[in-house]
Design a protein around this ligand. Sequence first.
Ligand SMILES: [Fe+2]
Ligand SMILES: [Fe+2]
Length: 474
Amino acid sequence: MAINYADKIPNNVDLGENKQLQRALEHWQPKYLDWWREMGPVDSTNYDVYLRTAVSVDAKGWAEFGYVKMPDYRWGIFLTPPERERLVPFGSHKGEAAWNEVPGEYRSTLRRIIVTQGDTEPASVEQQRHLGQTCPSLYDLRNLYQVNVEEGRHLWAMVYLLHAYFGRDGREEGEALLERRSGDEDKPRILGAFNEKTPDWLSFFMFTFLTDRDGKYQLAALAESGFDPLARSTRFMLTEEAHHLFVGETGIGRILQRTAEVMNEQKTDDPEKLRRFGVIDIPTIQKYLNFHFSVTLDLYGSEVSSNASNFFQMGLKGRFEEEKLKDDHRLNDSEYPILEPVGERLVEKHHPALLALNERLRDDYIKDCQAGVDRWNKSLEKLGVQTKLTLPHKAFHRKIGVFAESHISPEGKVLSESDWTRHSGDWLPGKGDHEHVQSVMKREVEPGKYASYIAPPAREINNQARGFEYVKFH
Ligand SMILES: [Fe+2]
Ligand SMILES: [Fe+2]
């Protein structure tokens, strides 16, 4: 499974053997590069950036580090090696041989799944394109660009599947993926959270902690797919995703560390005083967490979903770690609890497990988020700060699903509209919060220096020395 870098498009799928497919992708490649220049990181085309590039797909040593100009990044097609005699692990085809071609009757459903996943990848690059101008350090700038090039590669992964398995419709979808734009009223990206702005680095770290984690769960569910090329593509994407989550978790962790240090030095937890020292107070961080968490929960879709049931029964999209679960993997006779508002209360009702798969994936995701929040709180405690961050209740500030019409507090209390209006400013970032966060977003590009609101990382990338010049501007 060595990667062929001699080809115009690096790959480990023997692309050179399939001239028609190779031509189609070589035709898409310049359009992708046009999109990158137009919608990728602002003003970045001439920088030398210390990036990792995939050189093989095995667990060890897939990454090679070196300076790259981003338009020359070797975007390509990397799938994890096929498993011998892999079987469909779930659904009504459980136990049949996994498919290497698209089953005709599932064609449009599968295409839709791939397009929806593919659309999020360029969307996040678009959302993040201005952040380089306010980077808190070269280390962070490099991490932003690493995330961006890998999201670009994730788009490649999905476009490869569209081209290789969906003929002309697939090629058309590949073009459309370069035409939609995050936040554009006329041609928005498909999913809500990918049309929100990422205007500052606190939002960026929340996005990579929370929204890239949604990516992890969606990819993990697709990594179980009976359509083997999709399973193998998403498995390799997951190895890249891990770094994005690391960027988010350590980013917020470093912001909290800096805030805690100033709280200790100044012996205060008064947000107004802390703000004057150029840090972000914990209540503001909590509000950003509330916002990004609730917006990301919506990405899982409705709690009760016949689409999700179909995807599972067809063997296209499984559950998180499907193969580790101890049940029949068909779910015809099982139930799953779903919380919903009934009058003043939230009540748990049991639904057929097949219809509740979105909710189940969301619940798995929430547990993973909670573990990250617990790690932040532990670090705060070590720094002598008793304040804790909390994940809001899953019903809080939802736009999709059973809670969409209700007003629910972060503690999970059903509120009247007037109570919501009175308090929502305490829970979600408002103008003053955004303004403060914007005001500390000062660009810092001197090697080894960090903006006022964020601590240096515990470790440098690839064990480089402190003060390493991750980005050279020329
Ligand atoms: Fe991605
Ligand atoms: Fe990601």
